[in-house]
Design a protein around this ligand. Structure first.
Ligand SMILES: Nc1ncnc2c1ncn2[C@@H]1O[C@H](COP(=O)(O)OP(=O)(O)OP(=O)(O)O)[C@@H](O)[C@H]1O
Length: 650
């Protein structure tokens, strides 16, 4: 079969047979050191580039794995000598390629020789370019930890005489890639009615979270990834405390397939509680996956998700989270139903009473010390140790049920781990353009095409973020880009909110009735039946902390065995009378997860439970749920296994 036959076969392959979505071709690079031949293949494993010697022997093979690829764009170069100098690959087999090849053109020669006759078209360069965006796992050195690095693979298509034909070829690769990526996606983003469409994400951003730079973080580091992955989104900026609760409980949510919190755990808590105030909460939680971009001061959930799936965190938490929310993968997540005297709430992270809650809340007054405030206040509280009197009743987790849930979860995470090991990419150095250098970003601003201006003029900082990234999209300086789905994304921070304001006013007036799953426990003021297996600890406590994520904060590995969906609340009790060195060692080791005793002792107990009741005997103190202070008083909590879905890394 000759090349043109092969090509026409590929072109007519718009059907769903997997192998028909494998595309391959031969490309050439012309560099100062000489020309190279590459066999490039796209299949279910990813992009494979084989470099061949002139005699046809494979010298080197490298693969960008599919799981590391987020998306692609087809582009046309603007006709400038500078942009032409950036060409990466030349497709052979045409007179044009032959001419370029014969001239042994280096990129710069190529650009100066970019006359019409060279390309045989009226507008200059008739090539079409495919840019492929990937975030590959890398190690700076043997000792350093893994991190993700953005890489852009550029393929130049110039087999045909006209731009349209070359673009059709680039588009064929683009579609093949989209098909392969869709195949690895769950249904989160894939529109059932139109598979080429991506479903929309709802982004809720708290501008006050953490150090107050969530907006910049989103614009600079998250929006570009969403755009590269062609995930259209609607962004809403919260205007006050409880905004997310009102939003989630009153809005129509059918248009969105995922909700992304850009903020801290407090914002996520509001989102969850808003959703569970809906009458259709079960349907919504089933159909919408939740995600978080860590911009808060604690970030326990984001850290737990990355830890659970071995995604590098510390090198770039926001990038890891951004890749997670576009991965299209989700896992069920347990929630805890918390019954207070007057109301019900839902929690995804923790319930605390005593030392840790005191430190969390009381240290607010020294917020200017940043994360150090926790250390400072812990030392202060240790010196002035308080104990609290109360009764804690608990129902141990059903070993069989929870061990099978946790076994399933462990197996799932092991499988994912293996898959990830298999799939983790090696980097391609020669063929992948690293287009992220600042100097190039600056240069690319002048090529910003007008077509994008309506899209990027929404906010000044967005413009900047777009420009700083447009090196990758527009490294050709294109004025005519084929795909720019970002035009679908909408910013609502300044939009007319009157309808929403009206809706939430009505809802608030109605008292925001709670729906959500019903409880299997007796009412809070009723006694607990001993016969059902309830056990009791009573007396003086330094603290009680109930946790259902592995991490309470970025460096607080509080419940190392906890999984997203294991049906277990880890109830940690520290009794009064514990020595200060013992307590100090407990607190110090929380960062590594070595603080919990292997066997429960007189002072420290770790109890895997499915429900508990706290009855403080004092009438003062601090109780927190997901790190936020709630009204002091008795409460009871029970696990609701897997009622929500949270997005996880690929
Ligand atoms: N526009 C706003 N202005 C003031 N407060 C807000 C606004 N939007 C949300 N909030 C409140 O800010 C609280 C804390 O937000 P968030 O969790 O995002 O940040 P954080 O407290 O710094 O992080 P973490 O919870 O991880 O410690 C939320 O409980 C929410 O009620």
């Amino acid at each position: 079969m000759n090349k043109s036959q092969e090509r026409s076969n590929h072109s007519s392959s718009a059907n769903s047979t997997p192998t028909m979505h494998n595309v391959s071709d031969t490309f050439y690079t012309s560099q100062r050191k000489g020309s190279h031949v590459f066999r490039v293949r796209l299949d279910a494993t990813g992009f494979t580039l084989q470099r061949e010697s002139p005699s046809g022997v494979t010298i080197k093979e490298q693969t960008v794995k599919l799981c590391d690829i987020v998306g692609a764009r087809c582009m046309r170069l603007k006709k400038t000598s500078r942009s032409l100098a950036r060409c990466a690959c030349v497709n052979p087999g045409t007179p044009a390629a032959g001419a370029a090849g014969r001239k042994g053109a280096t990129p710069s020669k190529c650009s100066t020789a970019s006359k019409e006759e060279d390309y045989g078209c009226d507008g200059g360069d008739a090539s079409a370019y495919l840019y492929l965006f990937a975030y590959v796992l890398k190690k700076k050195s043997l000792r350093s930890s893994l991190h993700r690095e953005r890489t852009v693979l550029t393929l130049r298509f110039r087999s045909f005489d006209t731009f349209e034909d070359n673009m059709r070829e680039a588009d064929r690769w683009y579609r093949a890639l989209r098909w392969q990526l869709h195949n690895t996606l769950e249904e989160i983003f894939v529109d059932r009615l139109d598979e080429s469409r991506r479903r929309r994400a709802l982004v809720l951003l708290n501008p006050k979270s953490g150090s107050g730079n969530a907006r910049e973080v989103f614009n600079m580091h998250v929006a570009p990834v969403l755009n590269e992955a062609e995930v259209p989104y609607d962004l809403y900026v919260t205007k006050h405390s409880n905004y997310a609760i009102e939003f989630m409980s009153t809005r129509r949510l059918e248009d969105w397939c995922s909700i992304i919190a850009v903020g801290g755990d407090g914002l996520f808590h509001e989102i969850v509680n808003g959703l569970l105030r809906r009458e259709d909460w079960a349907k919504v939680l089933d159909s919408i996956a939740l995600g978080i971009i860590p911009c808060g001061s604690g970030n326990g959930l984001a850290r737990s998700i990355s830890h659970g799936y071995n995604e590098p965190y510390f090198s770039n938490p926001v990038l890891g989270a951004a890749l997670t929310v576009i991965s299209g993968r989700s896992s069920p997540m347990d929630m805890v139903r918390v019954q207070l005297k007057e109301r019900v709430m839902y929690s995804f992270l923790s319930i605390g009473w005593g030392l840790i809650s005191d430190v969390d809340i009381e240290s607010e007054c020294i917020r200017m010390f940043g994360y150090q405030r926790f250390t400072i206040w812990t030392l202060y509280r240790l010196a002035n140790l308080r104990t609290y009197n109360g009764k804690i009743s608990y129902l141990l987790a059903d070993k069989e049920a929870s061990s099978s849930t946790s076994q399933a979860a462990t197996e799932q995470s092991q499988q994912l781990e293996e898959l990830r090991k298999l799939q983790s990419s090696r980097s391609c150095n020669m063929h992948i353009d690293k287009l992220a250098s600042d100097s190039y970003a600056r240069r690319s601003i002048e090529y910003l095409p007008q077509e994008f201006e309506d899209v990027i003029s929404l906010e000044t900082s967005i413009n900047q973020s777009f420009r700083s990234r447009c090196d990758s999209w527009l490294s050709g300086g294109s004025r005519r880009s084929c795909y720019y789905s970002i035009s679908e994304s909408v910013y609502h921070s300044l939009a007319d909110e009157s309808e929403f304001a009206q809706q939430s006013a009505t809802a608030t007036a109605a008292g925001l009735e709670h729906f959500g799953p019903s409880s299997s426990l007796p009412a809070l003021d009723e006694p607990l039946p001993q016969s059902a297996g309830w056990q009791v600890e009573e007396g003086e406590f330094v603290m009680m902390h109930a946790v259902y994520q592995s991490h309470l904060g970025i460096d607080c590995h509080f419940a190392p065995k906890s999984l997203l969906h294991d049906g277990i609340i880890y109830l940690v009790l520290i009794r009064g009378g514990i020595s200060r060195p013992h307590l100090l060692s407990f607190l110090y080791n929380m960062s590594t997860g070595n603080h919990l005793p292997e066997k429960n002792n007189e002072y420290v107990k770790v109890l895997p439970v499915r429900a508990f009741r706290l009855e403080p005997h004092d009438n003062h103190g601090i109780i927190t749920v997901d790190g936020e202070r709630i009204e002091f008083g008795p409460l009871q909590a029970e696990i609701m296994p897997g009622i929500a879905r949270v997005m996880i890394p690929k």
